[in-house]
Design a protein around this ligand. Structure first.
Ligand SMILES: C[S@@+](CC[C@H](N)C(=O)[O-])C[C@H]1O[C@@H](n2cnc3c(N)ncnc32)[C@H](O)[C@@H]1O
Length: 309
């Protein structure tokens, strides 16, 4: 295994949203290599505490090494963040951070099967105790189910054509590796000078399906909100438009001075109430040009942050 080095994205922006301070309690739902966690613990010294979650044992081991110096100010759990409320009391925390997706070392490690750029088993599980891998989805789902995943999670316009090509290929031989899948997609949709690899959307979609990433975000937002104190802050960094949409809908709904009786927000169905959240900025915060220059993987990042009222 390579060394676990991940450059935290939107670090200054996340700190300015969370405003870590001594004596307070923070949650990092996606502790990864521990970059954000380290900054939060440093800024909340000498006695701020942090509870960190990650589904990936490799990431968690790297975080434990990096954060050793903080001793019992830190607690780590190998669990999905959707369940974080089981570990923390209602209204007990001052800030929660979710930095979604996967980290650079996970992407670069061939064995994990997240990337079409390196040959490896078609795995993509963040938690390797989980039974279903990408190879199972690719070899066992119906063409229609695959096309839906590619379209809905990868925004892939040629989803049906790609799904058909996968089914034809696997009828001859099971697709077991990242490169077999990438080659199958490329044969169905030749590159023709495009800058991005034609399998980009397919890989993203499969990863999100294998790890139920949208389901985690939905449940994780509710869980994070329930553990926050009044005045506590939630910051969420996303790398996918579907995830950002969920976060935006969540904060907009809480920030409204009314609830809606029914599905559609029309004035006749509104019932006034005090807003439950304040959006720290109306628009999503994006990395500066300097950050994108330093760390090109940050280019699709967006952060939304809100305060519990
Ligand atoms: C972008 S990285 C976080 C990097 C981290 N902020 C840092 O500074 O090093 C995302 C991490 O979240 C983990 N992860 C993604 N979804 C998760 C979930 N639902 N529950 C727990 N961990 C998750 C991944 O395994 C990965 O380690």
């Amino acid at each position: 295994m390579t060394e676990f080095i991940h450059e935290p994205v939107l670090l200054e922006e996340a700190l300015s949203a969370l405003q870590p301070a001594a004596g307070l309690l923070y949650v990092d739902g996606t502790v990864g290599g521990g970059g954000h966690a380290e900054a939060i613990l440093s800024a909340s010294g000498p006695d701020g505490r942090l509870v960190g979650f990650d589904r990936d044992d490799w990431a968690l081991a790297a975080a434990a090494r990096r954060l050793k110096q903080f001793g019992d100010r830190l607690e780590l759990y190998r669990e999905p963040f959707a369940g974080l409320a089981k570990r923390l009391g209602k209204a007990s925390c001052d800030g929660v951070l979710l930095d979604l997706g996967v980290s650079s070392p996970q992407l670069d490690e061939a064995e994990r099967g997240f990337s079409f750029q390196v040959e490896g088993p078609l795995d993509m599980r963040m938690d390797r105790r989980q039974p279903v891998s990408a190879a199972q989805l690719v070899n066992e789902l119906e063409a229609g189910e695959l096309a839906t995943i590619f379209w809905e999670l990868g925004g892939e316009r040629r989803s049906r054509r790609i799904a058909r090509a996968i089914v034809e290929q696997r009828d001859m031989q099971r697709i077991e590796t990242t490169t077999q899948l990438a080659d199958t997609v490329e044969r169905a949709c030749p590159r023709r000078g495009a800058r991005t690899h034609p399998a980009t959307g397919v890989f993203q979609a499969l990863r999100m399906a294998v790890n139920d990433e949208l389901g985690q975000v939905q449940a994780g937002l509710d869980a994070a909100w329930s553990v926050l104190k009044l005045g506590g802050r939630l910051a969420v960094i996303t790398f996918h438009s579907g995830e950002d949409r969920l976060v935006k809908q969540f904060s907009r709904r809480l920030a409204k001075p009314y609830t809606v009786r029914g599905e559609v927000d029309v004035p006749e169905l509104r019932e006034p109430r005090e807003p439950l959240a304040r959006e720290l900025s109306r628009k999503a915060i994006k990395p500066s040009d300097a950050e994108v220059g330093r760390n090109p993987r940050s280019r699709s990042a967006q952060m939304r942050a809100m305060e519990k009222l």
